[in-house]
Design a protein around this ligand. Sequence first.
Ligand SMILES: C[S@@+](CC[C@H](N)C(=O)[O-])C[C@H]1O[C@@H](n2cnc3c(N)ncnc32)[C@H](O)[C@@H]1O
Length: 425
Amino acid sequence: MVKVQSLAVTVLGRVFSGASLTEVLQETWRSNPLLTPQQRGAIQDLTYGALRYYGQLDAILNLLLAKALHDLNLRYLLLINLYQLHYSKAPPYAIVDHAVTTARLLSDKRGAPGLVNAILRNFLRRSTALWGEAERDDVGKYSHPQWWIDKLRKQYPEHYEAILNADNQHPCMTLRVNTRKIEVAAYQKMLDEHGIGAGWVWGSALKLVQPLPIERLPGFSEGLVSVQDAGAQLAAPFLDIQDGMHVLDACAAPGGKSAHLMELAKIRLTALDSDVQRLTRVIDNFARLGNKPDRVICGNALHPAEWWDGELFDRILADVPCSASGVVSRHPDIKWLRRLTDVTAFADNQEKILETLWQLLKRGGKLLYITCSVFKEENGQLIKRFLQKQSDAYVLPLSHPAMDQGQLLPNASYNGFFYALFGKR
Ligand SMILES: C[S@@+](CC[C@H](N)C(=O)[O-])C[C@H]1O[C@@H](n2cnc3c(N)ncnc32)[C@H](O)[C@@H]1O
């Protein structure tokens, strides 16, 4: 447990210096190959949990500290232990003992173990009152940065609390059944025979009752199924493709939506992405599914002259880089890494990408603009400006029971996405 706690502290330190949690965890597994699956699971639980509830935990820690604590390692150690004391079923005194031993290793200050012991025991004595006190302000209550809460409150006066609460839930695991290989009902029956509970969400999406390792999914390596959020699974059907079409997925990696497109029709697909590392995952994904796009290109959507052969596209999928404010339940680090100014910077770049890709679309063609964001600057406000500028663009209707004006808000079955389908005159 001491090793688990020390590594969790190091991971949190790197995330708070600006690195992505997913990437730091992958590096941690690579540099510590002897970690058991249980140890990995525990590190994941501590770091995801501490980040998910960081607003609350940090507020409580500040209430418990008599003076500022500048030793960041000790601070992170206390946060993960407050998280454990509140959210895990492990015996509290065992948690405190491990924390004290870890403090001895992490800090060269003689008083560190005593301080950790005193703070955690104090928390155990007063936890209900402390929790109530911490929740008196927004950040302690909703565990998001204040600017984020303010923005959502302004943009969604009726729904902001539901969004913030959905962000703080454990994400579900949803599968996309490859209907080229098996029908949804037949795959659900297969899951049932393997003792895996799942419910139908929409289209080819099945939500598992309990998340599980992909190796346990029947037919996964044969490409019968992929893991993909139900909200992301709207993209390919919305693009309205038919056999023989020339299609561009302009921001394709890691390839979830590209793969779905190819499961729906026999198209000539160009999968483009500017990140070569992420593109290797597109290739791996397709290898497993036994399919492959016409072309996989490492290139910048903003500079088509560098990669485009001049043949216009029938359909374009523009799943643009965004603040990812709709996928916080899967990536709780995002809410602490983003800054208010990032939102407008993303929107500027998204608008440029959309305008550039528009030039590559045939007349009569369709372009689907997607973000996994709930902020209106990246969504409704941006498409309004785009339509004012592009006289040959018009909006095509999209409908889904969980969506309102293209915006899907995060909930227990969906991540947050925004969709706008444009037709070209
Ligand atoms: C939201 S992700 C795409 C997810 C993907 N469509 C899927 O479903 O698996 C956005 C992608 O855009 C890529 N990207 C960012 N800027 C780009 C640009 N200027 N040109 C092409 N790709 C870009 C990123 O590398 C990232 O892989």
